[in-house]
Ligand binder design. Structure first.
Ligand code: C5P
Ligand code: MG
Length: 159
């Protein structure tokens, strides 16, 4: 049986913070403000995976009020989610994502992000896809480079 789920996340971008997307550090003057490492791409992917498996959402599992998750590497959170996915008898078929980021361009980081996410999600090569878009200087904070928005859709099958 196949099931799908979607995920969405937004993080503020400010100077003096690292920009990490899909577990990869992006060279940028502004980075994500967040309780964890602020990796909005992994957070959107986690919600799409949880949605597909009917397992709730990221805040239920990792509350941002819990000091254990302060500054945590979001790939650690995704590894925990993947254990739950396997315990529930699901396998991820593919994940497709969109990052809305005014700058910098993600092209130079695409391969590294795809390789990292493909490994974390236990996917076959080519089954994680990343699309990057600017906000065409619209969408308020996103268009001014003060926010990043990430979307994800995930297909799982029961094994
Ligand atoms: O937003 P726009 O349509 O101008 O983006 C054109 C292309 O630029 C995208 O299809 C994508 O390949 C690339 N892009 C990127 N990183 C961004 C925004 C866009 O690599 N932050
Ligand atoms: Mg365009």
């Amino acid at each position: 049986m196949n099931r799908i789920g979607t995920g969405w996340d937004i993080h503020a971008l400010e100077e003096g913070h690292d920009l990490i997307l899909g577990g990869v550090r992006i060279e940028s003057s502004r980075g994500c403000v967040g309780h964890s490492d602020g990796d909005a791409l992994i957070h959107a992917v986690i919600d799409s995976v949880l949605g597909a498996c009917g397992l709730g959402d990221i805040g239920m599992l990792f509350p941002d009020t819990d000091p254990r998750y302060r500054g945590i590497d979001s790939s650690v959170l995704l590894k925990t989610v993947m254990e739950m996915v396997r315990e529930d008898g699901f396998r991820i078929v593919n994940v497709d994502t969109t990052v809305i980021l005014q700058s910098p361009k993600l092209g130079p980081y695409r391969q590294a992000i795809c390789e990292k996410m493909t490994a974390l999600l236990g996917l076959k090569e080519g089954y994680f896809n990343l699309k990057a878009k600017t906000a065409e200087k619209m969408l308020a904070e996103a268009g001014e480079g003060r926010a990043v928005i990430c979307q994800s859709i995930c297909l799982v099958e029961s094994v």
